[in-house]
Design a binder for this molecule. Structure first.
Ligand code: F6P
Length: 752
């Protein structure tokens, strides 16, 4: 800045100085004229003052010598005026009779007959310029001669030199000020421009950003902005239109768009749990929507999945680095297990995550519990996972997919350790409105943690909007709903909707027997007659799933349509979950009691209306039940997505079966051909069951066909693919921003 300013200011100041120097003589000439005119007037005044005494001296009868002495003395008195240089007196014949000593020889009397000058003349002598004026001396209209009045003009020269000097200084100073102002404005404009380009590269709207920008660059910025957005929309549209989202499509994104960059997943639940069963170790796949969705993605990506090692034989199956390659039958990626003590698990998982955040985010009317000790564990465990991410990453800028509410703090902690990582956090459960979220004592820390992500995903737009509102309410952040971006501290966070899904076709489907066989087998296993109509519900045993509401609907159906008694059974598979928590224990008891009560009321020797299976079922068993059922009932009171609904559809390659779906699931936004119900409305749910059991095969087929094609198209590879494409875009922007920064540094260096 200093150098640039000097380079600009000095020449400009010199140029202006030179101009001033050439302008000065003009000013000089002008001021000389003014001074000459002043001296003319002054000379007249002097002459008029001297007129009378001089005339007296000249006409008095005095001897010549005395007259000379007296005139001399008079002139000398007059010369006390410091401006007067010399005086003289010429008679009418043009003879110089009296003069003071200093009168230069060049000053002579006017020859007789030569007309008198109107104004004085300027004599340029080596000693300096003199102003010479002649004024007649009269007595009663008789002319005695002329008084020569000589003024010293050297003071004018001195003044003119001073004026010249001041004019040059003034112009030079003026030049410097103008140059300085110009340089400052230019610098500010330049910075604004650079900031604008940076903002553009970071994905912010230049035109709409409230940051001060160079005014003159705004139209260009707007155009650039629009262009980038158009390209992105086009690109996204092309991706959306890509119909076959397969593991291969995902691999090609990793290869081409992400150039083989490293992918790490972090979740609490691991995809494979090793459990000790007396003398052998069993591998289990947990009942988790998250695992169902991410496992096929990971098989395609071949990265590392970091998760809590929760199985009783987990430690026995890992290598010295706590890693194990999976799937057991055909290893494609590795799990890195993180060990937690019982206290840590109690505080972080059962406590803060599942007694605090889970009820906080689900509108199921269960009060959240927040304990300071749980929060301590939650923070510590998040830190531990951040450390594991750092240990596992081979590069400085991996792509890290952080899963769910167990790790709200993790994005920020990873960002601190790996500033160049691309962090995608996905929140698998609903995000509540600001009032509901506001009761959490550590709400700001949670928001801050999540805003460490590059991209934050939710299933639905409502949850994205709730998040925007929450940040707006509690943090000093810039929320741009037009570009779906939140700027809070460092890197901006994009917030997008990515509705999760399942793999297509599901691996478990390939292992299934034909539908007729499944129908027959399951009924046989349940001790039901072959023609019994079957409903199915598959959930973790959780109060958000609306299992009791579902049973109430079955009960009501049997009340209003007794012909189903003995001919309709509802199988509820409920995988035990979070059973150390009191609320879940009480739910377990209430579910069992409700089933017993309804069975006691409507059961027959050959058919119990509620068949409760409170145990873990593997995917093959679950799919067999889906295929055997006439109706699948998903009655969640609140659910981020609910993948059971999508699995049921995927399982029905015979295009039969009816899905009843709660309006409070994310899935109901997509699966509009399901029978959508309010689970709190028992009458409506019973009517839906009735309708489902009576639905003609053609209608079942039409509905199922549409839903199948939607799930096929919007499968989990697309869900992951869209996030990875967005990650690729963010990384590309960061690379460009890096290039701009480096260019800016070069400019800075050149300036220094
Ligand atoms: O719904 C949120 C979620 O994380 C799901 O992804 C998953 O099905 C479930 O919770 C896991 O529960 P948990 O790991 O506590 O058994």
């Amino acid at each position: 800045m200093m150098r640039l300013s000097l380079r600009f200011i000095v020449p400009l100041a010199l140029a202006l100085g030179a101009i001033a120097y050439s302008v000065a003589p003009l000013v000089d000439e002008l001021t000389l004229k003014w001074f000459v005119r002043d001296l003319d007037i002054r000379a007249k005044l002097v002459a008029s003052a001297a007129q009378e005494p001089l005339a007296e001296l000249l006409t008095d009868k005095l001897r010549d010598k005395v007259r000379l002495q007296r005139v001399q003395a008079f002139f000398n008195r007059m010369l006390q005026d410091e401006r007067l240089f010399a005086l003289g007196f010429c008679d009418d014949a043009g003879a110089l009779l009296y003069k003071t000593q200093a009168l230069p020889g060049a000053v002579t009397c006017r020859a007789p007959g030569v007309p008198a000058e109107e104004s004085g003349t300027v004599l340029k002598l080596p000693g300096g310029p003199l102003h010479v004026a002649a004024s007649p001396v009269m007595v009663d209209s008789e002319r005695l001669g002329e008084l020569l009045i000589v003024h010293d003009m050297s003071f004018i020269e001195r003044r003119s030199a001073d004026t010249k000097k001041y004019i040059v200084y003034l112009f030079a100073a003026l030049g410097a000020v103008i140059a300085l102002i110009t340089v400052v404005i230019a610098e500010l404009s330049f910075r604004g421009w650079i900031a604008g380009i940076k903002a553009l590269i970071h994905g912010q709207s230049l035109a709409l950003s409230p940051e001060p920008k160079a005014r003159e660059l705004r139209p260009i910025a707007r155009d650039l902005d629009a262009l980038v957005r158009d390209l992105e929309t086009e690109r996204r549209m092309r991706d959306e239109a890509q119909i076959s989202w397969t593991p291969e499509a995902l691999r090609s994104i990793l290869r081409e768009d992400l150039k083989g960059d490293e992918v790490l997943i972090v979740s609490n639940r691991e995809p494979y749990v090793h459990v000790r069963r007396s003398d052998r170790i069993e591998t289990q796949r947990p009942a988790s929507g998250l695992v169902t969705a991410l496992e096929p993605v990971m098989r395609a990506c071949s990265g590392t999945w970091i998760a809590h090692g929760s199985g009783s034989a987990d430690r026995d199956t890992v290598d010295t680095n706590d890693r194990i390659r999976v799937p057991p039958e055909k290893p494609a990626y590795q799990i890195r297990r993180v060990w937690l003590s019982n206290e840590e698990e109690a505080g972080y998982y059962y406590g803060f995550a599942n007694e605090g955040l889970w009820p906080l985010c689900h509108i199921a009317h269960t009060r959240p519990v927040f304990r300071a000790s749980d929060w301590e564990h939650y923070q510590a465990v998040n830190r531990r996972f951040a450390q594991a991410v750092e240990q596992e990453s081979r590069t400085e800028d991996p792509i890290v997919l952080v899963q769910d509410y167990h790790f709200a703090l993790l994005p920020r902690l990873i960002r601190d350790r790996l500033p160049r990582a691309t962090i995608i956090a996905f929140w698998h459960i609903p995000w509540p409105n600001p009032e509901a979220f506001g009761v959490c004592p550590w709400r700001n820390q949670i928001l801050d943690g999540l805003l460490g992500s590059s991209i934050l995903g939710f299933h639905t737009q409502i949850h994205c909007n709730n998040f925007f509102d929450t940040v707006d309410r509690y943090l000093e952040a810039r929320v741009d709903r037009e570009t779906y971006t939140i700027s809070y501290g460092g890197e901006p966070t994009e917030v997008h909707r990515y509705p999760i899904s399942i793999e297509w076709p599901p691996a478990a489907l390939a292992r299934q027997r034909p539908v007729a066989e499944c129908r027959e087998r399951i009924r046989r296993e349940l001790g039901l007659a072959p023609e019994t109509r079957l409903g199915i519900g598959v959930d973790r045993l959780d109060y958000t799933k609306g299992i009791l509401e579902r049973f109430a609907a079955v009960e009501r159906l049997l009340e209003i349509e007794p012909r189903w008694i003995g001919h309709f059974a509802f199988v509820q598979i409920a995988a035990p979950s979070r059973s150390r928590i009191e609320e879940y224990q009480s739910l377990d008891a209430r579910v069992r009691a409700a089933a017993q009560r309804i069975n006691a009321r409507f059961g027959t020797p050959v058919c119990q209306p509620i068949v409760l299976r409170m145990e873990h079922h593997d995917a093959d068993q679950v799919y067999a039940h889906y295929r055997a059922a006439d109706v699948c009932f998903v009655s969640s009171l609140h659910d981020g997505m609910n993948l059971v609904a999508k699995e049921f559809i995927a399982a029905r390659d015979d295009e039969r079966g009816v899905l009843i779906l709660s309006q409070f699931t994310g899935a109901s936004r997509e699966l509009v051909e399901a029978l959508i119900v309010n689970p709190y409305d028992t009458e409506e749910c019973a009517a839906a069951l009735r309708l489902a059991l009576a639905m003609p095969p053609d209608e079942q087929r039409d509905r199922m066909r549409r839903m199948r094609s939607l799930v096929q198209e919007f499968n989990v590879y697309r869900w992951a693919g869209r996030m990875l494409l967005d990650a690729a875009r963010v990384r590309q922007r960061r690379r460009l921003a890096g290039a701009t920064r480096r260019a800016a540094q070069v400019v800075d260096l050149r300036r220094v």
